[in-house]
Write a protein that binds this ligand. Structure first.
Ligand code: WTA
Length: 635
């Protein structure tokens, strides 16, 4: 197997040694790197499965992200922003702090108090970062919704979190068009009386209507005082809710705390990215996802780093756009996804080759397993065999990276396709159904054995669900829902999801969520979806729909159903293929056999169908797929 030994000149064996000795003490030593107005009296309170880190300690996320950097150097550039239309803005740490203070004061004026929720639905503009930090500054809980989600998805999330204020913009730019954000919010919140105000940023200048609850950012927020003290909060004070898909129909509100989360993010950002004062860091993730929370907002800012923030599509209006950005800002660290890399690779080497990428010194990836051939392309064509690649495994729930090469502290042996070893202080294992460790090189379920600082506090308003989803398969271990394998060197190889969660272009989507989207259409009786391998997106969605009696399956209806899914969930959930069938393969107890569906769609051998209620359903699906292959000329 190929492997590459590569380092950045760092070698600090004391970190792993200390972590192996006593991992709670070890995390305590990492927490010392943050600002605390009061020190904790207890490092960890563990009432399984609830962990509270640095109990008694007081701190503030916005203070750690801004004031600390401003004290060091107020003029240091924080954000080099580029709009999709080519416009740009530069904000220093001092600029950011003033803007955050103004928005924090505006939120206070609107009655937002410590612990209240604020929903944020913005494009990738500096005001998105400012919004998160303004909430954090006053102890409000931010809940960001990715700007690709639809009105219905926003409504569900806003109702669940009971947000009193929403921050949005007139629009956002994506692939040359304007995404209507404000109009979507208007639809989403119709009749929701608990929403008191909507702050609207003028960004694209498109026509929108202002309603009684609306406040214009450039009038209301900009008129506020640019000073606002950061409120010092308990270490476990909730910092944010981030909704993510699981195996049930409704997304789960993952709740993160402050002190533990920041400690984990701070430490991993340093170990993984080896951040230095002169670096220009560029993470391509949208802040609507956890990667953006941890490694666009909190990680880089707590380290006083300079970063590029880009508004639009990475291949718009030329496939070279990303390489032009890297060359224009002399980016030194690039953190992106396998999906994006597959897309870049497909458009050809001439685009990266015709741009100056010599500034790059470190490359990263996150979100899905990376195919070894894509890894090698990244290493050779982009990194010119000089840059380590950090393949980072983690989840919305884990808060920060759990498995990754760490060039910030050690020389590493990289194996293309493996995320390497667990980070210090994180105890990972690969186990069988009974929780017993599987032999080396065998497939099993990935679990985390000990609580860790970035660990979610719970699911918003649902402790029971938190226990069932993560802590019921194994009593004393966190169940991640991923298949994995560990080799004899302790390297972890991620083998995809073990549950009904899809990863489409790196975005997490629950099959049940999409299925209930279908069923909410008046013509649909039931539906089953599963993921099939896709060259660029990793996985794409294939849907099998049973119509209500008397409804005629037509091409138009297929189109209508796709539109319906785009409207109810968002464009990211659109199926690539949709089939009308009379029956779904189900167990006798009525559960859809998704594993079987997946096996059929991937033409795998079907072994055990003893629990199947009606074999005819399998034949019907097989023949629908055969017809499709025939049409595509692949058979
Ligand atoms: C997958 C994203 C392989 C995995 C930060 C996990 C990965 C899910 C990797 C979490 C990786 C993430 N290699 N698979 N490096 N990183 N995953 O919550 O299935 O959007 O459980 O967090 O993404 O997705 P989420």
């Amino acid at each position: 197997m190929d492997s590459y030994d590569i380092g950045l000149g760092n070698n600090d064996s004391t970190i792993r040694a200390l972590a192996n000795q006593d991992n709670v003490k070890f995390w305590e030593s990492q927490a010392e790197n943050l600002f605390w107005s009061e020190r904790w009296h207890r490092a960890l309170e563990w009432n399984p499965p609830f962990a509270r880190w640095f109990v008694g300690g007081k701190t503030n996320a916005s203070y750690n992200a801004l004031d600390v950097a401003v004290k060091k150097n107020p003029h240091k550039k924080a954000i080099l922003w580029e709009g999709e239309d080519g416009s740009n803005r530069t904000l220093t740490y001092q600029d950011l702090l003033f803007k955050v203070a103004k928005l924090a004061n505006a939120l206070k004026k609107l009655g937002v108090k410590k612990g209240d929720r604020v929903t944020i639905y913005l494009p990738m503009v500096p005001e998105l970062i400012i919004s998160l930090l303004a909430c954090a500054r006053i102890g409000a809980i931010h809940t960001v919704i990715f700007s690709g989600f639809s009105a219905q998805s926003i409504r569900d999330r806003v109702i669940d979190s009971k947000s009193s204020v929403i921050i949005t913009a007139d629009g956002g730019r994506r692939r040359g068009t304007i995404i209507q954000l404000k109009n979507v919010v208007d639809d989403a919140i119709e009749g929701l009386d608990f929403i008191q105000s909507v702050i609207v940023l003028e960004h694209t200048g498109n026509q929108i209507t202002y309603n009684a609850k609306d406040k214009k950012w450039n009038e209301f927020v900009d008129s506020m005082e640019p000073l606002c003290n950061a409120e010092m909060l308990d270490s476990s004070h909730p910092l944010y809710i981030l909704y993510t898909s699981g195996t049930t129909g409704k997304p789960k509100g993952v709740l993160h705390g402050t002190g533990g989360y920041l400690t984990h993010v701070f430490a991993t950002f340093k170990w993984i990215f080896d951040i230095r004062d002169s670096d220009v860091y560029f993470c391509t993730a949208d802040i609507g996802w956890v990667t953006g929370h941890s490694y666009v907002v909190y990680g880089p800012l707590m380290h006083g780093a300079t970063q590029v923030m880009y508004e639009g599509a990475l291949d718009y209006d030329t496939p070279a756009r990303i390489w032009e950005i890297i060359s224009r800002y002399r980016v030194t660290i690039l953190y992106t996804t396998p999906t994006a890399l597959r897309m870049f690779m497909k458009s050809g080497d001439k685009f990266p080759n015709s741009n100056n990428l010599t500034s790059l010194r470190l490359l990263g990836t996150v979100g899905e397993p990376i195919n070894p051939q894509v890894w090698k392309w990244y290493f050779k064509t982009i990194g010119k065999e000089k840059c380590p690649i950090v393949d980072t495994w983690w989840q919305t729930e884990t808060g920060a990276a759990m498995i990754s090469p760490l060039p910030g502290i050690e020389t590493i042996r990289l194996k293309p396709g493996s995320a390497a070893r667990p980070v210090p202080g994180i105890c990972i294992s690969v186990v069988d159904d009974d929780g017993k460790q599987v032999p080396k090189d065998s497939k099993g379920y990935l679990v985390v054995e000990n609580p860790w600082p970035g660990m979610l506090l719970t699911l918003w308003g649902n402790d029971e669900k938190y226990k069932t989803v993560y802590w019921s398969k194994y009593k004393h271990m966190y169940y991640a829902g991923d298949y994995a394998m560990q080799d004899k060197d302790g390297y972890v190889w991620m083998l995809g999801r073990a549950d009904d969660v899809l990863k489409v272009a790196g975005h997490r989507l629950g099959t049940a969520e999409i299925e209930s989207g279908f069923v909410s259409h008046k013509t649909v009786a039931e539906a089953a979806v599963c993921g099939v391998p896709h060259e660029v997106k990793g996985e794409s969605i294939i849907a099998f729909v049973v119509l209500k009696d008397g409804i005629t399956p037509t091409q138009q209806l297929k189109k209508d159903l796709v539109t319906h899914i785009r409207k109810t969930i968002g464009p990211i959930a659109s199926p690539d293929q949709l089939f009308f069938v009379k029956k779904l393969p189900k167990t006798r107890s009525g559960k859809i056999m998704r594993r079987l569906l997946k096996a059929i769609t991937q033409d795998e051998k079907i072994n055990d169908v003893s629990t199947l209620e009606d074999e005819a359903s399998v034949d019907e699906i097989k023949s629908a797929l055969a017809d499709l292959q025939h049409t595509l000329g692949r058979s």
